[in-house]
Design a protein around this ligand. Structure first.
Ligand SMILES: [Zn+2]
Ligand SMILES: [Zn+2]
Length: 336
């Protein structure tokens, strides 16, 4: 099969023909129809996440169809459409797994990081961590739901019920969370890179009542803020922007160092929390909610061989919505 492979951190992915994987007991073999590109992939490729299996095939927002099932797989039929997310395996026996926090399992393994992922024509996955993807969404439109969507949803839940919500960094996750938050009746304030007029226009188009640059402060005190951009300097900025008792949620897996800040901006019972990974319960809840909102994903479809280009544009902030790699799309036939 064709795959885009990372041999070493901070080197470009190589397009390569590798053996098609075989499903072990409990695994499904999935023909990849679409795999969205997540900022976490960028952190793996750039070496900011330091424990990848190498070489590794990145990609953890996978939509495809089951072509074979290993011994003992239950719940998935051949030909069924499934989604493969970031959480690929947990121990099932530690206090976190037993306490409803499998996202914090110290033995957890992750798709596209310790398990080969979806920048390929096929992938294998432990069936217990896959989700059925019912109709309504095209393959490429469903792919960003699997991380941008459901980890964004976990972050939104952690932000609490407050009506005035700040969103710091307006990319793939933000564009999905904004739709859910609007559906919940919240007022949204988007903070983008300074001077990023296209991202600000995108945020306003998705219903944000205000969109501005990182040097500006939202015009009203916020009840909560979610930081999607991997920029530590946004933490004190968001703490200043939330009201007493408000919450700041850091939603990314990696962030640059947070500059020191006066205790005064945390005082008055403001809370600063992070979101790590996902549980299967998050996935089930969000995938049921998305069509009811309905969440509409804005995707740019690219051939598999364009993975390096997609990552470069994500790194530079030159993507609107989510980039999605489609192995069946040949470079000559690319769209968008
Ligand atoms: Zn565990
Ligand atoms: Zn992700």
């Amino acid at each position: 099969m064709r795959a885009m492979v990372l041999d070493a951190p901070a080197t470009p992915l190589k397009e390569r023909v590798v053996p098609r994987p075989e499903p072990a007991a409990g695994q499904v073999l999935v023909e990849v129809a679409a795999c969205a590109v997540c900022r976490t992939d960028l952190h793996v490729v750039d070496g900011e996440l330091t424990q990848p299996k190498l070489p590794i095939i990145p990609g953890h927002e996978i939509v495809g169809r089951v072509v074979r099932a290993g011994h003992g797989v239950q719940g998935f039929a051949i030909g069924e459409r499934v989604g493969i997310p970031w959480l690929g395996w947990t121990c099932g026996a530690c206090p976190f797994c037993l306490g409803g926090q499998e996202n914090l399992c110290p033995e957890a393994r992750f798709t596209g990081y310790q398990i080969d992922g979806g920048y390929a024509e096929y992938a294998v996955a432990d069936a217990r961590y896959c989700f059925p993807i019912s109709g309504g969404y095209a393959d490429a439109e469903a792919a960003p739901l699997l991380c941008a969507g459901l980890i964004g949803y976990r972050a939104l839940t952690m932000a609490g019920e407050g009506k005035r919500l700040g969103i710091y960094g307006f990319g793939a996750a933000a564009h999905i969370v904004a739709q859910v938050a609007r559906h919940q009746g919240r007022r949204l304030f988007a903070v983008t890179r300074q001077g990023d007029a296209p991202a600000q226009a995108f945020a306003r188009r998705l219903g944000c009542v205000w969109a501005g640059g990182a040097a500006e402060e939202p015009p009203e005190p916020l009840d909560a803020a979610i930081i999607f951009a991997p920029v530590g300097a946004l933490v004190p900025a968001a703490l200043r922007a939330v009201r007493p008792g408000g919450t700041v949620v850091c939603a990314g897996i990696h962030m640059s160092d947070i500059p020191s800040f006066p205790y005064d901006i945390l005082w008055r019972e403001k809370r600063l929390v992070s979101v790590a990974n996902l549980t299967r319960q998050d996935g089930t809840a969000f995938l049921a909610l998305a069509p009811q909102v309905p969440v509409v994903t804005e995707v740019e479809i690219l051939p598999l061989a364009a993975a390096n280009e997609a990552l470069a544009r994500l790194r530079e902030g030159r993507l609107t919505g989510a980039a999605v790699l489609v192995p069946g799309l040949r470079p000559a036939a690319r769209s968008a």
